[in-house]
Design a protein around this ligand. Structure first.
Ligand SMILES: *Cc1c(COP(=O)(O)O)cnc(C)c1O
Length: 347
């Protein structure tokens, strides 16, 4: 059977052998009673790593983001989010459906929000207008191709937010990719935001879960929203145990994913009719624009799959490749070869 090189997402990573052992051996209790020692350990460790008072283990990145929104935003208020952000694009309109608020889409530059645009989007006090209740920053930015927000920009955004008295939530699903690529610690990055969500289940390879972190009082309220949304788990230590290993053993290896993404991008860029914007190749995501091939992304991805290479349709003529723990340097070279074969087949 042909080998499958799965570059659809870093969510396809499987837990390591050490993670599976830790799951089997995890000490557990009822986490809704606050009695699961492994969950408590993970939450304390996570809070320390991002420099926040407290943290909460949540079932997914989406749940973490939406608990953060619901905890800080009232019905009829507005949330500023980058125009192509995950919170706007991929969370089933949860800001409207759960918090009862609307999103103000602010276009960034390669996914990075600009100080002036955010400042201009903050609503004045006016009976006609909703109150701006929260600013969200996506770091790294998925639809922009895994770009990170530079520290100077975070600093500017935090000043704008503080002047207006509005909290900032970071959708840091891939926070550690941003940290590794920018050379700044996760704690430095999150020092500019009030609350942060990050995924244990993507590049860090845990099977399930995300962390939401922030001030102690915020996390207390967030705990109730998590319960309301069905996220109060019982002996969740079996899920928290691999999360601990994700944070303690899987962060530094993200460098390899970034190297492999650059290698893939370089190889794809040499192929005819494939355009890769190298400026956006900063972490573990490569976006290929395939207009020139005359194929739709659907057809292209299907043809590529026949070569054993799995990628995601990201737009009518846009294809996404994501590198991760379960693909090697050789896999990435083979994937580029698979793309070359698809292009040959198109003539
Ligand atoms: C994956 C992702 C999420 C959501 O994570 P899930 O665990 O899939 O719900 C949120 N934001 C961004 C930027 C993501 O890439």
């Amino acid at each position: 059977m042909q080998k499958r090189i799965d570059l659809r997402s870093d969510t396809v990573t499987t837990p390591t052998a050490a993670m599976r052992r830790a799951m089997a051996e995890a000490e557990v209790g009822d986490d809704v009673y606050g009695e699961d020692p492994t969950v408590n350990h993970l939450e304390a460790l996570a809070a320390e790593i991002v420099g926040k008072e407290a943290a909460l283990f949540v079932t997914s990145g989406t749940q973490g983001n939406q608990v953060a929104v619901a905890t800080q935003v009232q019905r009829g208020e507005e949330v500023i989010a980058e125009a192509q952000s995950h919170i706007f694009f991929y969370e089933a309109a949860a800001v409207a459906a759960i918090a009862g608020a609307q999103i103000r889409q602010v276009p960034g530059i390669r996914g990075v929000l600009q100080r002036k645009d955010v400042k201009d989007a903050i609503r004045p006090q006016d009976v006609h207008q909703p109150r701006t209740a929260l600013i969200t920053i996506e770091n790294t930015h998925n639809r922009a191709g895994g770009t990170f927000t530079p520290l100077v920009v975070l600093q500017e955004l935090s000043l704008v937010a503080r002047e207006a008295g509005i909290p900032i939530h970071m959708d840091g699903a891939r926070l550690f990719n941003a940290a590794v690529a920018s050379g700044h610690s996760a704690k430095e990055i999150t020092s500019y935001v009030d609350t942060v969500q990050f995924c244990l289940s993507k590049g860090l390879s845990a099977p399930v879960g995300s962390i939401l972190a922030g001030p102690k009082e915020f996390i207390q309220h967030a705990r109730q929203w998590r319960k309301r949304l069905g996220g109060g788990l019982r002996q969740a230590g079996v899920l928290a145990a691999p999360g601990i290993l994700a944070l303690t053993t899987m962060v530094e290896r993200l460098v390899e994913d970034h190297e492999n993404a650059h290698l893939l991008a370089d190889n794809l860029a040499t192929l005819p009719n494939i355009v890769v914007n190298m400026e956006t190749v900063q972490t573990n995501i490569v976006l290929a624009e395939i207009q020139g091939t005359g194929m739709s992304a659907e057809i292209f991805v299907q043809a590529l799959r026949e070569q054993g290479v799995w990628a995601s349709v990201f737009g009518p003529a846009s294809v996404r490749f994501v590198t991760h723990k379960d693909v090697t340097r050789q896999d990435v070279l083979d994937a580029a070869h698979g793309v070359a074969n698809v292009l040959k087949g198109a003539y």
